[in-house]
Design a protein around this ligand. Structure first.
Ligand SMILES: Nc1ncnc2c1ncn2[C@@H]1O[C@H](COP(=O)(O)OP(=O)(O)OP(=O)(O)O)[C@@H](O)[C@H]1O
Ligand SMILES: [Mg+2]
Length: 261
């Protein structure tokens, strides 16, 4: 069995790549899929921070420097998720050879169902290699012009490298405007919208608690969207168009506001 490798990219910084990698990865693991997420943002590693893994001694940096084996840099995340963080040190990132990523990938794809690669912003060497090693690239786009322009470049770069884009995640969408803009975004980028993730204050709250939102606030709007996306990618049929991820009731919302979680 070989894993399907998705690179989560955007071109522009801050669109929600790391948030998506973490929560989509956790949601896939919750569905019982063997999933590994890997932080390819070698310079500005954030994925480990969102899970409290910042003290891990061996990271992807050590692997890409040739100082450690990949197995030594794989850590347990929530719901059976496997995580390969990058290190926080600047020197470590400078010594890492991003070109080694391809070789590294070939050692982990056996035995996994999904590998999600959190790409850095930009299309420098670090940014381009994750596009090249993926089976499919998923673009995280915010509903704004600069994000779309950068996503367009990322798509073009992916295609130049012989890869292809699976689709778009429209993140931080304001619900009342998404109907028109999501069609436009899809048309402009020439790719389908896989899911719309709404702006949701629980995303930041969960990050502060170092727990993925799909675990900490599973009924919040962004969690429901991440879980629906995981079901789509893993071919799960959702009963009642997502009954499993039913809408949060007023009482649930109130309880969460009072007690957290
Ligand atoms: N749907 C959302 N609702 C509210 N806040 C969000 C949402 N998605 C992401 N954010 C917030 O936006 C910020 C940027 O998100 P994130 O770090 O995932 O982006 P990124 O694309 O990985 O950034 P970078 O390019 O710097 O790596 C974070 O503070 C995150 O909590
Ligand atoms: Mg990031």
């Amino acid at each position: 069995m070989t894993a399907l490798v998705y690179t989560i990219a955007s071109g522009k910084g801050g669109t929600g790549k790391t948030t998506t990698t973490l929560n989509l990865g956790t949601a896939l693991a919750q569905l019982g899929r063997k999933t590994l997420i890997l932080d390819a943002d070698l310079g500005m590693a954030n994925l480990g921070l969102l899970l409290g893994l910042e003290k891990c001694k061996i990271t992807l940096h050590d692997v890409l420097c040739g100082n450690a084996k990949l197995e030594e840099a794989i850590y347990d995340g929530p719901a059976g998720l496997k995580v390969v963080p990058s290190g926080l040190s600047l020197i470590g990132s400078q010594n890492s050879d991003p070109e080694k990523l391809k070789e590294v990938m070939s050692t982990i794809i056996e035995g996994m169902d999904f590998i999600l690669i959190d790409a850095p912003a930009g299309i420098s060497m670090d940014g381009v290699i994750p596009l090249a090693v993926a089976d499919k690239v998923i673009l995280v786009v915010n509903p704004e012009l600069s994000s779309m322009a950068d996503a367009m470049k990322t798509k073009a770069m992916t295609e130049m490298l012989g890869g292809s884009v699976e689709g778009i995640i429209l993140n931080r969408a304001e619900l009342e405007r998404t109907e028109i803009s999501s069609n436009k975004i899809s048309e402009l980028l020439g790719a389908k919208i896989l899911e719309i993730i709404p702006e949701d204050a629980n995303v930041r709250r969960s990050a502060a608690f170092k727990v993925p939102i799909v675990i900490r606030a599973p009924k919040s709007p962004a969690s429901i969207a991440f879980c629906r996306l995981a079901a789509l990618l893993s071919g799960e049929t959702l009963k009642n168009n997502g009954a499993k991820f039913e809408k949060e009731s007023f009482i649930d919302r109130l309880a969460r506001a009072i007690f957290g979680g």
